[in-house]
Design a protein around this ligand. Structure first.
Ligand code: SF4
Ligand code: SF4
Length: 536
């Protein structure tokens, strides 16, 4: 196996024996074969588009879901992964039968059983050809990893009925062209920035999907304790799954708690209206093996961020959508009967416990709604600087940097945050500047769209560019959605981003040089040093 797509990759290079995430070589081979099968499908989809043959929404959306299964911490189940390969081959055949003609050969996949497909996957290997010149290989990897992030966000928008043909056309174009040795460095640089543009379209679409379905988030205090009674914990990003579960559990006496990236759900009017959405449990994804055994009810993983379940709670955890773990019960979306049964059979919380609260709900609608107050505070000097401290959490000790930079930021700074990196400091009391809280949570990592909208609105008000605002971006990355967000920021021309905790293994020195020269990207140093540089 060869996988270097996330920040915890082995030795900072690549996982080649087994994934640090728990991915076994068999699952890795099947994920490689999914990418090859999608490349074949994409070549036919490209041909079909150029020949005026319609591509069904089923094929488009399948492409996104199948890509999503290969993202870090999503699908570890060989039986589930096998089905995606068969489906991709079927859709490729459908396009051929519809008349799509291709001169180029595509990888022929013939295996039927999981074992046969694992062997084929091992023979096919990593999608990107590692023998190409280093910088080209690096850009191709950035493109594939970024595309996986796009696919995850597109999938979330699709379940709420929002689609955009530009996303699918680009995904097929990018997958079809990977490994084309006739293309030069500039071509791949353009493709990588185009991926950022397409991701921006995708997170805007997802913002419209979420706010269209559930209203604009409003500032909301979320309890971190628990209430006596039966309980279900919902993790991941899929607000649609949460809404469905809230509906069917009304009147059952079961309380619903959010976990991980589901926290911002509490700010949406159409979700917070349910009185049995009672609070948030636990912190970021990497702490689940410590936190889940203590939860006295079943746990639903709606999207990514699953770790190998311990035996102590394996019976209580359920997956849905593209998420799967061998031996863990997978529930088809919306079919929550077993979950409810399990909740009724488990003890639930036996007492009420207060454990403080955190604020959520500072999306673009809320923050732009108080723009006059914010602008006045900047003009009067009450706000000296904005820090966007956003992105992922992870297990590495170097991530304490993000806690330190927030805690050490002076009282005349405002911290915007998003993604699961905020669990490092989400319950710290930073106080207020006048009426404005110093810590503003914009939401999930896809709500980087909110942060962009807020920055553009401020730039507009001050008649300057985003790069001229008193705003600094300090980002943490872990997996491929963070790659796609970073590409969107680069596409927007945003400069001087600080990135950590370590730089991605798939960025070659030559590509890093381009990022430093053209975008001023900087690796994080220490909180003290970076704050000094930011505020001078
Ligand atoms: S996803 Fe990350 S940890 Fe898992 S195999 Fe790939 S690089 Fe390794
Ligand atoms: S913030 Fe990062 S780790 Fe967390 S869900 Fe988003 S991309 Fe994944």
């Amino acid at each position: 196996m060869y996988c270097n797509q996330c920040e915890q990759t082995s030795k900072g290079l690549a996982c080649t024996v087994v994934g640090v995430c728990g991915k076994k070589p068999g699952a890795a081979a099947l994920q490689d074969l999914i990418l090859h099968s999608l490349q074949g499908l994409s070549k036919y989809a490209q041909a079909a588009r150029s020949q005026g043959i319609e591509i069904s929404q089923e094929i488009n959306q399948f492409t996104m879901e199948a890509l999503f299964t290969t993202l870090t911490n999503v699908n570890f189940d060989p039986e589930s992964l096998k089905d995606y390969i068969h489906q991709a081959v079927k859709y490729q055949n459908d396009l051929q039968q519809a008349g799509a003609k291709m001169d180029e050969p595509v990888l022929k996949i013939t295996g039927q059983t999981t074992e046969e497909l694992v062997e084929e996957g091992e023979r096919a290997g990593y999608l990107v050809d590692l023998t190409q010149p280093e910088d080209i290989r690096s850009l191709q990897e950035i493109l594939v990893h970024g595309l996986k992030g796009v696919a995850a966000y597109a999938h979330h928008a699709e379940v709420l009925g929002k689609t955009d043909e530009r996303i699918y056309a680009f995904a097929h174009e990018a997958l079809a062209v990977i490994n084309d040795r006739s293309k030069d460095l500039n071509f791949w640089l353009d493709m990588v920035l185009k991926c950022g543009e397409i991701n921006l379209i995708t997170i805007e679409l997802l913002d419209a999907a979420n706010t269209g379905a559930y209203g604009h988030p409003v500032p909301t205090s979320v309890p971190l304790g628990h209430k006596k009674g039966k309980a279900i914990l919902v993790s991941g990003h899929d607000l649609h799954d949460l809404k469905g579960l809230l509906e069917v559990t009304q009147g059952t006496g079961i309380n619903i708690y959010t976990h991980g990236e589901m926290l911002p759900a509490h700010g949406y009017p159409e979700l917070k209206k349910y009185p049995h959405l009672v609070g948030h449990y636990g912190t970021a994804w990497q702490n689940q093996r410590r936190e889940f055994p203590e939860f006295p009810g079943p746990i639903l993983m709606t999207t990514n961020c699953i770790q190998e379940p311990k035996e102590t709670y394996k019976e209580n955890i359920f997956t849905t959508g593209p998420v799967a773990w061998p031996g863990v019960t997978h529930l088809p979306n919306g079919q929550w009967e077993w979950l409810i049964e399990k909740a009724m059979a488990m003890p639930g919380f036996v007492d009420d416990v207060e454990a403080g609260s955190v604020m959520v709900g500072f999306g673009h609608h809320t923050v732009i709604g108080i723009a006059d107050t914010v602008i006045e505070a900047v003009k009067s000097g009450d706000i000296r600087h904005f820090l966007l401290v956003g992105g992922c959490d992870g297990a590495k000790p170097g991530r304490s940097y993000y806690t330190e930079i927030v805690d050490q930021a002076p009282n005349d700074t405002v911290v915007l945050t998003l993604g699961c990196g905020k669990y490092r400091f989400f319950d710290h009391n930073l106080g207020q500047i006048g009426e404005i809280p110093r810590l503003l949570d914009c939401g999930q990592c896809n709500d980087a769209f909110s942060a962009v909208k807020i920055a553009l609105a401020l730039a507009d008000a001050f008649e300057c560019s985003v790069n001229d605002l008193p705003l600094s971006l300090v980002l943490s990355w872990y997996e491929q959605k963070a790659v796609s967000i970073l590409l969107s920021l680069l596409h927007l021309g945003i400069k001087d981003i600080r990135l950590g905790p370590t730089l991605p293994a798939f960025i070659s020195p030559g590509v890093l040089n381009v990022l430093v020269e053209n975008f001023g990207i900087k690796p994080i140093t220490t909180a003290e040093q970076d704050l000094k540089a930011i505020l001078q």
